[in-house]
Design a protein around this ligand. Structure first.
Ligand code: ATP
Ligand code: MG
Length: 485
């Protein structure tokens, strides 16, 4: 009891001394000249750092100059949520903006320890409540504080922090929902929706080796940052997808985006007013994206209105005609040279990886300047459905690896041409009652019809050829008889 009383008394004495010290210190600061106070502060700081050899770096939720969200804060948050949140005792669960998963992060005033090359650093989460002026409401600013021993300063600031930000950004990329941007409907800026196309290379009907070659090419491109830097080229790759309608060009673009985990920018050239707008739109695209210009042959026919695709036989456009549009003044004044300039020049100014994809139904009608290697690195033909392609579709649509009807389908496919879209349409059950066999029989019927149509066309064309030959012979006979007279 007596001991407790003594302890209380000594605590009381200590409290009184602290209060007297604070009072005295306040008096000194108030009446001492400011230079003296500054010198004292400097020395106090030196003494403190001698006894407290740690460095603190704060990363605030908002930039101090313009109150914009701070990228580094979000990256640190993502890093901590994956690597260290499990060590914290109090956690917060949130869906990050644009993200698809519930993300766990440290709650306020939690601290966790990270280790990097044998050096221990501590992350502390905190929150500041500030009021800029008495007329404004209070602002809450969250921050992360990194604490480490001063002897590791260079290593932490030069290497560790950089790696944390890099790893955090990768985690953010993985957690985000991908977007499909479009500039359609005469919009001068991009608008976006969430990109959720289910296509994959696995579900794409095409020859196995050809498909593998494209997948390898894309994966190599994604991993080639250092290679492109070494050879001094912008980290970009151009693909030209060509082939008849319904052969899977758009589907392949979706599969590419899903494989690489990239966003898609669907650029409607006919909605772009001029080259300046084109440059701006393209400069606004972000890294890790695929920029798509569909039906480039129609889009470059810049009459302001996108032309309807004419049937193949009616197309009389020659290469010269396409080039001439380059200089023609029209409603939308995007020119071929504007587009090429961007691909070659402005590209280099954009950091990060980008893929550009052009699609067309008529590859031979395109200006060679547009398709030459270096601009379009890879030309991919998507063509009529092969038996390999059919097997992929049968597996996807009907879950069939094999079936007795496959044999007749293989024979018919060798004799006639059918686009994958038509095969897919026939394999799609039109009601719950329609089983796999019925779908295969539907396809057999469609193939037979296509074959008949092909034979009929061939007959017609040989008939017209015969007629032309007959007329030419008659003309020749006439000329001969005139000569003889
Ligand atoms: N190679 C393919 N593999 C799987 N499905 C395909 C393939 N080709 C076409 N399809 C199916 O046909 C539909 C139309 O295909 P898609 O839009 O990709 O053709 P496209 O070549 O882009 O045609 P267009 O030239 O008219 O734009 C798709 O929704 C898909 O279901
Ligand atoms: Mg398409």
């Amino acid at each position: 009891m007596i001991r407790a009383m003594g302890l209380l008394q000594s605590w009381g004495g200590f409290g009184t001394s602290i209060a007297s010290f604070i009072f005295l210190w306040d008096m000194i600061r108030r009446y001492c000249p400011p230079e003296l106070i500054r010198a004292f502060d400097k020395w106090a700081q030196r003494i403190r750092s001698f006894f407290y050899p740690y460095i603190q770096i704060s990363i605030s939720e908002f930039m101090s100059n313009n109150l914009k969200p701070h990228d580094a804060y979000a990256a640190v948050e993502a890093y901590l949520s994956v690597h260290l949140a499990k060590d914290a005792k109090r956690l917060r669960a949130e869906t990050v903006t644009g993200g698809s998963k519930l993300v766990l992060s440290m709650d306020e005033h939690e601290r966790v320890t990270d280790e990097f090359c044998g050096v221990k650093v501590q992350w502390i989460s905190g929150k500041l409540v500030q009021r800029e002026s008495k007329y404004l409401p209070e602002l809450e600013r969250k921050y992360y504080k990194l604490v480490f021993h001063k002897k590791y300063r260079d290593m932490v600031t030069d290497i560790y922090l950089e790696q944390v930000i890099k790893a955090g950004k990768e985690i953010q990329m993985r957690n985000r929902k991908r977007k499909l941007y479009t500039n359609g409907h005469n919009k001068t800026t991009w608008s976006h929706i969430v990109f959720e196309h289910p296509a994959t290379f696995g579900s794409l009907a095409m020859e196995v080796e050809k498909k593998q070659e494209i997948v390898d090419d894309l994966l190599m491109f994604r991993e080639s940052k250092d290679f492109y830097a070494r050879i001094g080229k912008a980290w970009k790759r151009g693909y030209l997808l060509y082939g008849p309608p319904g052969t899977g060009k758009s589907t392949m673009i979706a599969a590419m985006a899903n494989l690489l985990d990239y966003d898609v920018y669907d650029l409607e050239l006919t909605s772009v007013r001029d080259n300046t707008e084109l440059r701006r739109l393209l400069a606004e695209t972000t890294s890790k994206s695929i920029i798509v210009i569909e039906d480039i042959d129609c889009s470059l026919d810049l009459t302001g209105q996108r032309k309807k695709k004419p049937p193949e036989e009616k197309i009389e456009k020659t290469k010269k005609e396409v080039s001439r549009k380059d200089t023609e003044e029209s409603g939308s004044r995007v020119t071929l040279s504007g587009l090429l300039n961007f691909i070659d020049g402005l590209w280099s100014a954009c950091s990060g990886e980008r893929i550009i994809v052009f699609t067309t139904n008529y590859v031979d009608k395109l200006d060679p300047a547009l398709t030459r290697r270096g601009r379009m690195d890879k030309h991919i033909e998507l063509s009529y459905c092969s038996f390999d392609g059919f097997k992929v579709l049968a597996k996807n649509y009907l879950r069939l690896d094999t079936h007795p009807i496959f044999e007749s389908i293989e024979i018919l496919m060798r004799e006639t041409k059918i686009i994958p879209a038509d095969v897919a349409e026939n394999l799609m059950p039109s009601s719950l009652k329609e089983d796999a066999e019925k779908c295969l029989l539907k396809l057999v019927e469609a193939l037979k019809q296509a074959k008949q149509l092909m034979i009929k066309k061939e007959e017609e064309s040989s008939l017209s050829e015969a007629k032309i030959k007959q007329a030419a012979d008659a003309l020749q006979d006439k000329e001969d008889s005139i000569d003889k007279m």
